[in-house]
Design a protein around this ligand. Structure first.
Ligand code: SDX
Length: 432
């Protein structure tokens, strides 16, 4: 392995175990324990895997201490450009470099060609309760894509992966929009092949029969940026779930459905809904931000400052910075303000001065401002995590591809520290 750089010694039971040390491109180091159990019957204990590299990856780099995030080496700030282009970023994450003009237009054409759902899949919506959780629908529909696209259950080359990726990235929009329409009791609005990715999504969400929704350029740009900022984040909970399922040689649809389910959790992608609910409760209840900060610090109070803190970032999440500016930009264009944005800003100002947050290095994360931007676009709160999933899908596909095509890819199967009963005999019922 080219990144072998050093060695480490483990002293245990009076013997010294020599371990290889690998160094990543940015100087991060990792101790190789891959033969620790086989050769020495030992495991390492790391229940949240926060100290464990589960793969080599070249997709995304994060430096949590410095608040750095790069996609294929490109700093995230450079994607906040006049016309942000989510599909270009999706292509780069999956295929390893920025596409040229021809590659991008070919991929765009594939997305347009595959934007419709099989009518059999569309009909499934009618069987669902109108108040079904959107993330339950999304994970089910993505899994069910395996029923209608059996030709993509086995992906053995880049061409077939591109075909599956295009169908997933295109259809996830349609599934999300149909989910919203079903919940609102509105007729499905089919995708319009003349529209670009984000404009088409907003069209399916908000147009009415004979009344096309007018997507402003600012809105389309803001949505491209939101999806770009959510597109990948190295080995986060949902990306790791995708890798674990992929490692069993499960298909891409099954693996991405697992990613949706992991993202649903309120500590992960579900946090953007919790942030909005928190801000709305503060606004409606007329609570003082100062009291909310006090509650967030109080261990006896279940209140948590959602949108704050991060497992990796011990600095300001660079995505939150960009989203905060994007909120200002969009509200300026729309010539309106949102009182929830003022509350969010005040909470941030108080927390960043408070030793509880400063000492624990708790800063705003991607979820803190994203909901305010989505709300400004008219996206309902219960669809926020679905929006996160749409953005994150190319990242999951890129992580799946790396895992699936990795040389010697083995099934991911951790060990444990057994703390249960010692050997125990069965007790007949009459003796219990
Ligand atoms: C995402 O991994 C990724 O990359 C995820 C993500 C991605 O793009 O994929 O970035 C997306 O999931 C962003 C995070 C969204 N979640 C939230 O906003 C939920 C609120 N945040 C927390 O629950 C928490 O900060 C986590 C889950 C994000 C991180 O948890 P850690 O690293 O395990 O930290 P911890 O729970 O051990 O907390 C350390 C201390 C504790 O206090 P003490 O025990 O030291 O006294 O910080 C406190 C926690 O109580 N703390 C908070 C807090 N977050 C942590 N206290 C109040 N409010 C908070 N939000």
């Amino acid at each position: 392995m080219s990144d072998l750089s050093d060695s480490a010694k483990l002293l245990i039971d009076g013997k010294t175990i020599d371990l290889n040390v690998y160094t990543g491109v940015e100087g991060e180091r990792s101790i190789d324990v891959t033969s620790l159990f086989k050769d020495h019957g030992l495991t390492t204990y790391d229940p949240s895997l926060g100290n464990t590299a589960i793969c080599r990856s070249s997709i995304t780099y994060i430096d949590g201490e410095r608040g750095v995030l790069r996609y294929r080496g490109i700093p995230i700030e450079q994607f906040d450009r006049p016309k942000p282009n989510y599909i270009e970023v999706a292509w780069a994450l999956i295929f390893g470099r920025l596409p040229d003009d021809e590659e991008l237009s070919q991929f765009r054409e594939m997305l347009t060609r595959h934007e419709l759902l099989h009518e059999g899949l569309s009909n499934q919506f009618m069987a669902l309760p109108v108040d079904a959780p959107p993330m339950a629908i999304l994970s089910a529909m993505i899994s069910m894509m395996a029923c209608y696209h059996k030709e993509f259950l086995l992906l053995e080359d880049e061409k077939s992966l591109m075909g599956a990726a295009a169908r997933l990235i295109s259809k996830i929009r349609t599934i999300a929009a149909f989910t919203h329409r079903r919940a609102m009791g509105l007729p499905f609005i089919y995708p319009d092949p003349s529209l670009r990715y984000c404009a088409n999504f907003l069209h399916m969400m908000f147009s009415l029969p004979y009344k096309q929704f007018d997507v402003s350029e600012e809105m389309e740009d803001a949505l491209n940026l939101v999806f770009i900022l959510h597109a990948d984040h190295e080995q986060n909970c949902s990306a790791s779930a995708v890798r674990v399922v992929c490692s069993a040689q499960a298909n891409l649809f099954a693996s991405c459905s697992a990613g949706v389910n992991a993202l649903w959790g309120p500590l992960h992608g579900g946090a953007n809904v919790k942030v909005m609910e928190m801000l709305e409760a503060i606004y409606r209840g007329g609570y003082r931000p100062e009291d909310c900060i006090a509650a967030a610090k109080d261990k006896n109070d279940s209140f948590r400052l959602y949108g704050f803190g991060h497992r990796v970032y011990r600095n300001y999440d660079p995505r939150a910075k960009i989203l905060k500016t994007a909120c200002d930009r969009l509200f300026k264009t729309l010539k309106r303000n949102d009182p929830l944005l003022d509350i969010a800003r005040k909470l941030e100002e108080l927390a960043l001065k408070d030793p509880y947050f400063v000492d624990r290095k708790l800063y705003p994360n991607v979820d803190f401002y994203s909901g305010i931007l989505l709300r400004a676009m008219g996206i309902p709160t219960d669809m926020f995590t679905v929006m996160f999933a749409i953005g994150r899908l190319p990242g999951w596909i890129a992580q799946w591809k790396e895992q699936h095509f990795a040389e010697g890819g083995k099934i991911i199967r951790p060990r444990q520290l057994y703390v249960g009963n010692p050997k125990t005999d069965y007790i007949e019922m009459e003796k219990r």
